[in-house]
Design a binder for this molecule. Structure first.
Ligand SMILES: Nc1ncnc2c1ncn2[C@@H]1O[C@H](COP(=O)(O)OP(=O)(O)O)[C@@H](O)[C@H]1O
Ligand SMILES: [Mg+2]
Length: 216
């Protein structure tokens, strides 16, 4: 589903990723870890084409990203729901409107159903008409998850999904992401926080000085 082949990424003179090669199969859930500044966010950005590799090839589904035209990027992004580290919620839109923004469908009725379904999924149906600043951090993170899943994406990319959350809330968020994965969504979680994968049987890939090492 997602394949990196000898991917190199530099920012000017700083080489963040050196010849990274890995593959994530459809339906898998994989952790990408490594200390702050090791390139986790960069790796996710390469997948949704917010950054571009200097060398190598990335494939997402049947799309080879190096051959993708600028006009096809929205098509790529429709395959994925992105859980951004800094939420990127729009504070003067309601929870409902924030989730609806991720949908490109024509019929008003479908939009309503999809948004309410996604909000029910994250147990926030009752907060649909609230504005993000009036929600707790955990609730805002759940809105971000609802926005990511509303369009039924094939892939979820989550960047530090539990940053700034207390341990109980973090556990609940991880349960939610795991449930979504179990239903078939390929999931990548970037985190420097070891607790998230301490007891997992899933693959953990660690970035170490630009190299990717598989643990376990
Ligand atoms: N747009 C950018 N321009 C220059 N350097 C960047 C840019 N984005 C990230 N970096 C640098 O690349 C390295 C990896 O960053 P990042 O991918 O955000 O790591 P992580 O998510 O693991 O903390 C860091 O040293 C960071 O300062
Ligand atoms: Mg990061």
């Amino acid at each position: 589903m997602i394949k990196f082949e000898n991917v190199v990424k530099r920012y000017d003179t700083l080489t963040v990723l050196r010849q990274i090669t890995f593959e994530i199969k459809k339906g898998e859930m994989v952790f990408i870890t490594g200390p702050t500044g090791s390139g986790k966010t960069t790796l996710l950005k390469l997948i949704y084409m917010a950054e571009f590799p200097d060398e190598g090839e990335i494939t997402v589904g049947d799309l080879r990203l190096s051959t993708l035209k600028h006009s096809q990027v929205p098509y790529l992004r429709r395959k994925m729901g992105i859980i951004f580290q800094d939420f990127k919620l729009i504070n003067n839109l309601t929870v409902f409107e924030n989730v609806a923004l991720s949908l490109r469908i024509r019929y008003e009725k479908d939009i309503k159903n999809r948004v309410y379904d996604a909000l029910k999924r994250v147990h926030l149906r009752h907060k649909a008409d609230f504005y993000p600043p009036s929600l707790s951090g955990g609730e805002q993170q759940r809105v971000v998850i609802a926005r990511a899943i509303a369009s039924n994406p094939e892939i979820i990319l989550a960047d530090e999904p539990t940053a700034n959350l207390d341990p109980n809330t973090a556990t609940a968020i991880m349960q939610l992401i795991t449930e979504i994965n179990i239903e078939g969504t390929t999931t990548i979680i970037a985190t420097h926080y070891r607790e998230l994968f301490r007891n997992t049987w899933r693959r953990v890939l660690r970035l170490d000085e630009g190299n990717l090492v598989e643990k376990g």
